[in-house]
Design a protein around this ligand. Structure first.
Ligand code: SIN
Length: 475
């Protein structure tokens, strides 16, 4: 697939004087120079989305569902090309990139169906002769700011419900992975999305573009996936125009292993929860809490699995762990490991750059991690696992909840009473019990506390892009 390298605004591919480079993190190869949108081009994108809205919202739900369904079909048809592009700009192994394209397609599939279901209500009236009704209506122009870790799926999770609901859309993808977003714009053209309904403004300078998206009163909803620090800034910036805000922010997921767990299943689950996308997910297991009586047996199983992980460029056959996306990500992982070791953690495996160099980091396992260490308090976002021991269920829950984040948590236990007690006590939006993967288009994804606002995926995902209107019909 020849990468598209221009902004997509009002159905036109727009070249700008200023451009920015996109590189392959595994090889450093230059992939493209992409148009660098500024505030003026972003305003043009909002103009286009605002102009396109009346006609798009006026289409029947069945017509909009048809367009979203075509996007699903195009993802299936082009899976291989889209996955290769994704691996090249992001670094994840090709099998995972294929999985991501299927994950993206599943949002188009699910929301093509949901387009038909934003049902209203009739409410028994307390006033004689009146009729009370509600409608669900599209919110208007929506904006999305999406991350580099899932360059296709995180767009799909926002765009599919927005289109299904009848909203138009302005997207600012991550500057590290704009090519997948621009490939999607090309698919939108092919799927028959009318001009101006979807606009993509890649940029290397997020601030001026973000200021337009948060400050323009015509943008009625902003959906962001990314760091908590940036999410807080966007939330504040949206206050002046009182936008609907959906925030999927950072996590610090605990992964608990109780003494009644199946330790092999737990070790397998941890590989998924920790190593998916090289640990670069906001739902990645970040604090591994293991009951003391099974600690050593579990650590042994994890070490054996980590030793078998093949590290390399994502396009190479059999690779399970690619490079970190860039140097700051590498430095963060290395910093967490060095900090833990300096504060007394024990290194079992890895602990340094991988021999492949660049931003490859060796799968790393530490025990004796404590709450004073950085890796217990910040997302590591990489393949370094830090294990802490606990004695009682109460202590485990207290440790798990001892963070401002509340996105995902995982635990392994077999006692059914414990399963319900722990699942209910964890302060998070999503809990995996006996599994290391909770993400799916059909279930609500989102966090509590400082991990965000709103839910994506599932029928709740439509609520982010619609508003309830109440109509009171007099006698
Ligand atoms: C994320 O890391 O932002 C989302 C990952 C997922 O959908 O599982």
């Amino acid at each position: 697939m020849t990468p598209r390298d221009r902004a997509y605004v009002g159905g036109e591919w727009i070249a700008t004087d200023r451009r920015f480079a996109v590189t392959d993190p595994a090889t450093g190869e230059h992939l493209a120079d992409v148009s660098d949108a500024d505030a003026a081009l972003t305003r043009q994108a909002v103009d286009a989305a605002a102009d396109a809205w009346p006609a798009w919202r006026a289409k029947t739900a069945h017509e909009r569902a048809g367009v979203v369904r075509r996007l699903r079909a195009l993802h299936a048809e082009r899976e291989d090309e889209l996955a290769r592009l994704l691996t090249r700009e992001q670094g994840k192994p090709l099998a995972e990139a294929r999985g991501e394209i299927r994950y993206a397609a599943s949002f188009y599939e699910f929301f093509a169906e949901e387009a038909l279901r934003p049902h209203g209500e009739t409410i028994p009236s307390p006033f004689p002769g009146h009729r009370l009704l509600t409608f669900r209506q599209p919110i208007g122009v929506g904006a999305a700011i999406t991350p580099w870790n899932f360059p296709s799926a995180m767009i799909a999770r926002k765009l599919a419900p927005a289109l299904a609901a009848g909203c138009t859309f302005v997207l600012k993808p991550s500057e590290l992975t704009p090519l997948s977003a621009l490939a999607l714009a090309a698919l939108c053209e092919e799927a028959g999305v009318p001009k101006g309904v979807v606009n993509v403004v890649p940029t290397s300078e997020a601030a001026p573009v973000g200021e337009v998206l948060t400050g323009d009163a015509r943008v009625r909803a902003l959906s962001f996936t990314g760091s908590t620090a940036v999410g807080k800034r966007l939330y504040r910036a949206c206050a002046d125009t009182v936008k609907k805000v959906s925030l999927e922010l950072g996590g610090n997921a605990p992964f608990l292993v109780f003494d009644d767990a199946d330790l092999d299943a737990a070790a397998d689950g941890l590989m998924v929860a920790k190593l998916r996308n090289g640990g670069q997910t906001c739902v990645a297991a970040n604090r591994i809490l293991v009951q003391r009586s099974v600690h050593d047996a579990f650590v042994e199983r994890v070490a054996a699995r980590l030793r078998g992980v093949r590290v390399g460029p994502g396009l190479e056959e059999g690779v399970a762990l690619g490079p970190l996306v860039n140097r700051p990500s590498f430095d963060k992982v290395a910093g967490h490991v060095d900090d833990a070791r300096a504060k007394g953690a024990t290194l079992h495996l890895g602990g340094s750059a991988h021999e492949l160099g660049r931003t490859f980091y060796a799968p790393t396992l530490l025990t004796g991690v404590t709450t004073e260490m950085r890796m217990a308090n910040e997302e590591t976002f990489g393949p370094a696992l830090g294990v802490m021991a606990f004695d009682t269920e109460e202590e485990a829950i207290a440790l798990a909840n001892d963070t401002p984040a509340g996105l995902a948590a995982y635990f392994y236990a077999r006692d059914v009473g414990r399963v319900f007690r722990v699942a209910e006590a964890l302060e998070v939006g999503m809990v995996g019990v006996g599994t290391g993967l909770v993400s799916t288009a059909v279930a609500p994804f989102g966090g509590v506390k400082e991990s965000g606002l709103g839910r994506e995926g599932s029928r709740h995902g439509m609520e982010e892009w619609t508003e309830v209107k109440y109509v009171c019909l007099g006698p």
